[in-house]
Design a protein around this ligand. Structure first.
Ligand code: PLP
Length: 397
């Protein structure tokens, strides 16, 4: 076998890719794996994915699809039966009526994000996004050449944006407003009253399209409520809903998500899909139908577990000097302040992993406003969380 020589060829790649960011969670995952391979005991509270397996009836539906011979391409927007199942689910959960023609099935929730930001972002345009927030928002905004305009989220307000804070940042150049509730990395949930106030305020700004990332929409803690932007008549016709199966049904590795799009954008979105991935893998789409149409108790089971663990992590950290955590209202993260440790977030991330074997993510991976915080995923076994709390208690900054 011949091996190609190492190339030092001076490639000249498109400038936009120099501006593309990344998601630190995948880097931490790789480092945690490398340490494990060296025999270290690593507790993974880094990557954000449920520690539950995909429910069996969903797995069975994919196997059946393969056995039934569903091996070929589907239409670029996904099979009709799946898009219809999405419509039924939205009607049931949110009381929202959309047509299957507005639903575009994509390989993971992230893809709707990529489409929406690249459709609206370009030089001269402003895009509002939460900071701290999912890192891919800022990365893609910069990629398009648009100007990222952060909406700062603060611990004392439960990391939820107020309608006023969003509205005051809108200018004639604003084209896209990205919202994420319940939120990664903070677990913040925008109260229904603020969602309604925001929708009412946006009536005065018809030039703004909304990307509402509701991928954690069913992971809400007791006492809190999820209100969808798509359920607000003032903005429904210019809201792109991002959702999917990854978090709700423990299906991160299946790569299955969807967007609900304004009708006039669907043809363009379909063309992007045809130009990139053609369609989502067919058995995963059949699994998606089984998930939406089948028993929903798996969500309740996960929600209970995440709630219990978030409670435990917050209480456990707040009992330690230097740590301060607010109660998250949803998702499965805790986003404590580590300001009292005297370490910056990156250093805390590195030292927690290297010295006590706990994978976490620095708050700055989610934007500049995340400094002084780290994210811990509570989608890990109770025993892992207990051991992590014990190791953190022994950690000396
Ligand atoms: N949106 C948010 C806020 C997320 O946290 C994630 C995943 O971590 C995604 C979207 C992407 O989900 P998927 O894995 O389905 O692409």
């Amino acid at each position: 076998m011949s091996v190609l020589p190492t190339s030092a060829h001076p490639f000249s790649i498109a400038a936009a890719f120099e501006r593309l960011g990344t998601e630190t969670a995948f880097e931490v995952l790789a480092r945690a794996k490398a340490l494990e391979d060296q025999g270290r005991s690593i507790l993974n509270l880094g990557i954000g994915q449920p520690d539950f397996p995909t429910p069996e009836h969903i797995v069975d539906a994919a196997i059946k699809a393969l056995r039934d011979g569903h091996h070929g391409y589907t239409g670029a927007t996904g099979i009709l039966a799946l898009r219809e199942a999405v419509c039924r689910d939205l009607d049931r959960r949110l009381g929202v009526r959309v047509s299957p023609e507005q639903v575009v099935i994509v390989p993971g929730g992230k893809v709707t994000m990529y489409y929406a930001i690249s459709l609206f972002g370009q030089p001269g345009v402003e895009v509002l996004y939460p900071n701290p927030g999912f890192p891919i928002y800022e990365s893609l905004i910069k990629f398009t050449g648009a100007t990222p305009v952060p909406i700062p989220l603060e611990a004392q307000h439960g990391f939820a944006p107020s309608a006023a804070a969003v509205l005051e940042r809108i200018t004639p150049a604003t084209r896209l407003l990205i919202l994420n509730s319940p939120a990664n990395p903070t677990g913040g949930v925008m109260p229904a009253s603020e969602v309604a106030a925001l929708a009412a305020g946006l009536a005065a700004h018809p030039h703004v399209t909304i990307l509402s990332d509701e991928i954690y929409g069913q992971l809400i803690r007791p006492g809190h409520q999820h209100k969808s932007l798509l359920a607000c008549p003032e903005v429904a016709e210019r809201t792109i809903l991002l959702d999917g199966w990854s978090k709700t049904y423990a299906m991160t590795g299946w790569r299955l998500g969807y967007g609900v799009w304004p009708r006039s954008l669907v043809a363009t979105v379909e063309r992007i899909a045809v130009n990139s991935h053609s369609c989502v893998n067919t058995p995963a789409q059949f699994a998606g139908i089984a998930a939406l149409d089948g028993p929903q108790d798996c969500i309740e089971t996960m929600r209970h577990a995440f709630d219990r663990r978030q409670q435990r992590v917050v209480a456990g950290l707040n009992a330690l000097p230097g740590w301060q955590a607010v109660e998250p209202a949803g998702a499965f993260y805790a986003f404590p302040s580590i300001a009292g440790l005297g370490l910056d977030a990156r250093t805390a991330q590195r030292r927690l992993l290297e010295e006590v074997g706990i994978a976490t993510i620095a708050g700055t991976s989610f934007g500049s406003a995340g400094e002084g915080h780290i994210r811990l995923s509570c989608a890990a076994a109770d025993a892992t969380i207990e051991e992590a709390l014990a190791r953190i208690a022994a950690f000396r900054a």
